[in-house]
Design a protein around this ligand. Structure first.
Ligand code: VG1
Ligand code: CO
Length: 536
């Protein structure tokens, strides 16, 4: 086995977005692309000598090859050991847990999350730090700087490590420990939830459907729900991870989880439905005739939390959770989009619940959002209250009011046109306050920037906010996870507190805000798009 130092050149544009580096799979497969990025990560963290890492991914196409490259590079850079999920499989929250449990120095997570998989689809790599959470902005910046200065990477010439067999092997001086991807994560869940109560729920005839979307959560959900909690076989659907996720987007929302939506709308619908994404960090919650928006889900979990310390949400997430926090007298933080911004608050113990409008909910047990944790949290609320999802939502809205919410995505727009929308919005900000659109008066308009209260870091350009008094808001933001052109996200929200107006169709409830957003941003004029591609 020989160690090589391979000469290379910087590859343009290896800049991580909201959550790691995401590119077309063929880009990742191109000569030096993956190797350059991995070496840049290693350089940015001061080398890999004597360090230990977790490596695993969501099972998408190229996962297996990429892992072998990372193992050979870690060994060649002097790493002491790696923990790898069997067959290269680890959900993102499970990887976060392994990093924390074993005091590792970080983790390489092979995933493009909810993006589709396959040779002509998307691939991605996230680097997580010793706290188990995504690389912070400053580490991400350091990695990017390394990608631009790189002249060589180190790699071993070696046979593939057999990742099918649990146990320990060696790659040079580095130990490779192959672990069952589910066991430690399931053990962690057993410490967080009352499994007896949940078993009682299913023993009493409660039925659910969990859509793993042919992605990583299949084995985790089957073990936890069917084997540990006694839900009948077949509760987990699409439960075998496939390299192309069955051809769909493993994105748990009403658009992409259509099969589950159909089951939940059917005559014999189970009591509860849920889904998770490619790498297992997102969740969708649905009851009989009751889809729960992720923003509402966060608020309901906050309301029923037995010992809430503080909460946080990403800026575009609705203010539903803010109202719960106010009632409970706990702090509520507003951070930029992306889980990396929750890390310092969780590490400091200021919050123990956080979430995003994009189907992400989590807590302080790991440093990633956690799809199955959210599902078990909901099951726990249902078990302890004895109420249906619909009844829980109705009660919640009666008590706190309802934040009607929708996100409109305009996908794969020319980058120039998307930038033009944002530039024009930025330019219009100073004059917006006081103007009226569709009967709504702008009381504040700004571009969101964040000062982290713990590490003092400053993050700018995190979305344009246009606020209409206490009741309505629209946010415009460009996605940082796409791989083709730009995606413009328009987040619409309106608070309704009239007890007789809590059951409107969302589109109707948001009609005025939607109209105002169109007038303010002139998306059609800048992009030629008359309507969004996806509404969630
Ligand atoms: C999206 C979501 C964001 C989430 C990110 C990663 O980012 O909006 O809330 O944190 O995906 O989620 P963007 O920049 O496209 O809006 V995951 O599950 O894809 O790692
Ligand atoms: Co994800």
């Amino acid at each position: 086995m020989a160690r090589h130092t391979v000469a290379t050149q910087p590859i343009a544009d290896q800049k991580a977005g909201t959550s790691g580096l995401r590119r077309k799979t063929r880009d990742f497969m191109a000569p030096h692309f993956l190797e350059n990025y991995v070496q840049a990560v290693i350089n940015a963290i001061g080398g890999a000598a004597e360090k230990r890492f977790v490596v695993g991914g969501d099972g998408r196409y190229f996962n297996d090859r990429a892992i072998q490259v990372i193992l050979r590079m870690a060994a060649a850079n002097g790493a002491r050991g790696v923990i790898v999920g069997q067959n290269g499989i680890l959900s993102t929250p499970a990887a976060s847990h392994l990093i924390r449990k074993h005091g590792m120095d970080g983790g390489f997570l092979l995933t493009a999350s909810h993006n589709p998989g396959g040779v002509d689809q998307d691939f991605g790599l996230k680097f997580n730090m010793a706290n188990g959470g995504p690389a912070t902005e400053s580490v991400s910046d350091a990695i990017f700087a390394q990608t631009q200065a790189l002249s060589a990477y180190r790699i071993f010439d070696a046979q593939d490590v057999d990742l099918a067999v649990i146990g320990q092997t060696r790659l040079g001086a580095m130990t490779v420990t192959v672990v069952d991807p589910v066991v430690d994560y399931a053990a962690l869940m057993a410490t967080l939830f009352d499994f007896d109560a949940l078993r009682g729920l299913f023993a009493g005839g409660f039925r659910m459907a969990f859509d793993a979307m042919h992605a990583v959560t299949g084995p985790y959900a089957k073990h936890l729900l069917e084997e540990r909690l006694g839900a009948p076989r077949g509760t987990v659907i699409n439960g075998t991870p496939l390299p192309d996720f069955g051809g769909g987007h493993p994105d748990p929302n009403p658009i992409w989880a259509q099969g589950l939506m159909a089951i939940m709308a059917g005559p014999d619908a189970p009591n509860f439905g849920a889904a998770s994404d490619g790498d297992g960090d997102r969740n969708m919650i649905i009851g009989r005739g009751a889809y729960v928006t992720p923003s509402d889900s966060l608020a309901v979990l906050a309301a029923h939390h037995p010992h809430l310390k503080g909460v946080a949400r990403s800026m575009p997430t609705s203010a539903a959770v803010d109202r719960v926090a106010r009632t409970k007298g706990v702090a509520c933080y507003e951070v930029p989009t992306g889980w990396k911004f929750f890390g310092t608050l969780l590490d400091a113990g200021l919050i123990n619940l956080c979430g995003e409008e994009s189907a992400g909910t989590g807590a302080d047990h790991v440093r990633e959002k956690d799809g199955l944790w959210a599902v078990l949290s909901w099951l726990s609320v249902i078990a302890s209250t004895g109420q249906s999802v619909a009844a829980l939502m109705a009660e919640h809205w009666q008590k706190y009011g309802r934040n009607y919410y929708a996100r409109h995505d305009y996908e794969a727009i020319d980058t120039d046109k998307a930038d033009a929308v944002m530039q024009a919005l930025r330019g219009s900000l100073p004059a917006l306050t006081g103007q009226s659109f569709a009967g709504l008066v702008v009381t504040r308009a700004d571009e969101f920037a964040y000062d982290d209260p713990i590490d003092g870091s400053h993050t700018a350009h995190q979305g344009i906010r246009v606020i209409f008094g206490d009741t309505a808001r629209v946010v415009f933001r460009l996605s940082g996870t796409g791989t083709a052109g730009a995606t413009l996200r328009v987040y619409l929200e309106r608070l309704e507190t009239d007890p007789g107006q809590l059951d409107q169709p969302t589109a109707a409830a948001l009609a005025a805000v939607t109209k105002a957003a169109a007038a303010i941003a002139e998306i059609a004029r800048h992009t030629g798009r008359q309507a969004p591609d996806v509404i969630t």
